[in-house]
Design a protein around this ligand. Sequence first.
Ligand code: OSB
Ligand code: MG
Length: 361
Amino acid sequence: MQIVKAEIFVVDLPLINTFTTSFGSIKKRSTVIIKLISKEGLIGWGESAALSEPIYSSESVDTESLILKKYLIPSILNKDFKSVEDFIASYQFVKGHNFAKCGLECAFWCLISLKEKKTLTNLFGGNRTKIAVGESMGIKKTIEDTLTEIQIRLNEGYRRIKIKIKPGLDINLLSVIRKKFDNIPLMVDGNSAYTLNDIQIFKKLDKYNLLMIEQPLGETDIVDHACLQKEIVTSICLDESILSVEDARKAIRIGACKIINIKPGRVGGILESIKIHDLCQKYNIPVWCGGMLESGIGRSFNIALASLPNFIYPADMSPSNIFYKEDLINPTYLLEKGYIKVSQSPGLGYRVDEDKINHGY
Ligand code: OSB
Ligand code: MG
């Protein structure tokens, strides 16, 4: 496979509502779309899905654009690649910048999929034809607003609800939610806002029958997560702390978590995601697919990835129409009774709306 041309587009995705977490409010979101053209004229799409600002990870839309233009794209043009491993090896000299790398790798998978006429799910080793979806809900102005949205999402069929928490907005919020919804599959995400000094808060959260507590402590605090996990019954799930299969191996080894959230961008690509999936399967650690408020382009790879067998819990894969006025794929994918069908067409599996990518919307 030879790539003769690469283009990148920074596309604005106007949000319907602000998405608030413990690390801040996401009011504006643009995203980096990558288009690769192969020697035989095939087109591969990918998305580098870091947020506009470096508030979730150290990357942003600007750093992705820079690293792609200056280092990653020049190292893949006009070479003959026999495999995805080969492709990745050509830019492994670049440290970090996982989100930037992932978008490029995805565009390459898209090309392979078209060339070999095999679906992404097939290439990745997936076996599900539909994936279960959960809602990841931003922090609302009032608890009443939170309760209202939970009810709406349950009516729409979502298979679990994830609530963002932060110091001062945790125990009381959970006790009110559990009073009204005593039995729903519920989890919380701290997005790194707590420290081991908050251990009493997590002991109290044990009462609320949560599926898991996602990333309560700092992103570099794998050791502290192991200390916390020993003190509480609820499973800890790591998100921000896991940037590679090596991180996953070490976290599992010291008991820092019982579940892992895999986001392909955070770990640098699909191949690394599959390695984490396989390692976790070997150690009986369930995984699930996280999200970065991607457009439908980035989500199509996540959907195919989540069709692998050890993706046990519902994915953060709300359809784009929850967040955005319009999607970059048309038609966009939808929720059917809480599930999304895994596309059975080669390539991205969805039609890209090139007009929106070229001109914004
Ligand atoms: O922590 O999972 C997170 C969005 C941006 C950054 C971090 C996170 C999230 C979400 C949204 O929770 C999940 C989605 O894309 O649906
Ligand atoms: Mg998270």
